[in-house]
Design a protein around this ligand. Structure first.
Ligand code: PHE
Length: 340
């Protein structure tokens, strides 16, 4: 009997030590110490023993039970500890790891400058209108006093879709479309931003670029109004100390016509490489709306007069942000765009 008990003990201890999880230990407990367990059934058979043997065997049985229990508990603790350690290792947080960065988009410098220009003119009482990029020859040229064989068409060679349909070379056709729609109502005060197209491609010219047109028509508009509006625009856009000057120029749709320069944004007028040592930078073309243009669009040149101007948004952006190659505005290199 004693041999049997010791054999049970050895078998139990061996199994306990080999157990790798808590379920296995539980099965072992049931198998040896449970109601129908091996040890229990041996103890039950004690009744058949010689009464003089019973106390000793009883003692051995108790020791065996205690040893098995003790070993079970010890193994449970060992396994629990190991599981906790594994869990901690698995759940470890590396707080030095870089987080997920959510990148926000931003506005393109052309959009930023367009909005700034719009804001300035909205503040001066102008409304924003738009016109088509695919335009009729009539609006792009003819109604602007540029008949088919006019030599000034050369400066604005463009992409023709058919002899009468083209990609607009400037935003000036929006002047005509607006006047046609509104005539003879006064006043007219609009700006027209948008894309324009020309057969040009180098460091300062792109086949597609942006312009903002301005048009003001009323009963008593003079060149002094034009001068004042553009002075305010230049001061708000480039700083209050910015000087403006008008240089005589020629456009078939304005008379008189002028080009407007601002004092150089780099040297302030002293002369530097950017302004070719002249102290001045050209920013736009303008003039008093030609009487023929007024008449063709439905206004009487006796009762109405007005001014118009057109500026290149890329040129303004280049001066404002000191960019010396126009093409970076169209490359869409993120390293460039991230700066705005
Ligand atoms: N449309 C002219 C250009 O593209 C600019 C301009 C607009 C000049 C309005 C005078 C009046 O060059």
């Amino acid at each position: 009997m004693e041999q049997k008990l010791l054999a049970i003990q050895n078998k139990a201890l061996e199994e306990i030590n080999a157990a790798v999880d808590l379920d296995m230990l539980n099965d072992i407990r049931v198998h040896f110490l449970g109601k129908k367990g091996e040890l229990t059934s041996v103890l039950r058979s004690m009744a058949s023993l010689d009464p003089s043997e019973r106390p000793r065997i009883g003692q051995v049985a108790n020791i065996v039970r205690d040893r098995i229990e003790e070993q079970l508990n010890q193994q449970i603790n060992t396994l629990r500890e190991r599981i906790t350690k594994q869990q901690l290792a698995a759940e470890k947080l590396d707080i030095t790891m870089p987080g997920t960065v959510f990148e926000l988009g931003r506005l393109h410098p052309i959009t930023l400058v367009t909005r700034q220009i719009e804001d300035i003119f909205l503040g001066l009482g102008f409304n924003i209108v738009e016109g088509p990029e695919v335009e009729l020859d009539y609006y792009n040229f003819e109604a602007l006093n540029l008949p088919k064989d006019h030599p000034a068409r050369d400066m604005q060679d463009t992409f023709f879709i058919s002899p009468e349909v083209l990609l607009r070379t400037h935003t000036s056709p929006v002047q005509v479309r607006t006047m046609e729609k509104m005539a003879p109502a006064l006043p007219v005060k609009i700006i027209a931003p948008g894309k324009v197209y020309r057969r040009d491609d180098d460091a300062t010219h792109s086949p597609m670029f942006h312009q903002i047109e301005g048009l003001a028509i009323d009963s008593k508009i003079t060149m002094a109004d034009l001068r004042g509006v553009l002075k305010i625009f230049a001061e708000q856009m480039f700083g209050i100390d910015t000087k403006t000057r008008f240089r005589p120029s020629y456009f078939p749709f304005t008379e008189p016509s002028a080009e407007v320069d601002i004092s150089c944004v780099i040297c302030g007028g002293k002369g530097c490489r950017t302004c070719s040592y002249s102290g001045w930078l050209e920013i736009l073309g303008c003039g008093m709306v030609h009487p023929k243009v007024l008449e063709m669009s439905g206004y009487s040149s006796q009762d109405a007069s007005g001014f118009a101007f057109g500026m290149g948004v890329e040129r303004i952006a280049m001066l404002k942000y000191r960019i010396d190659d126009l093409r970076v505005l169209f490359d869409n290199d993120k390293r460039f765009l991230d700066q705005f």
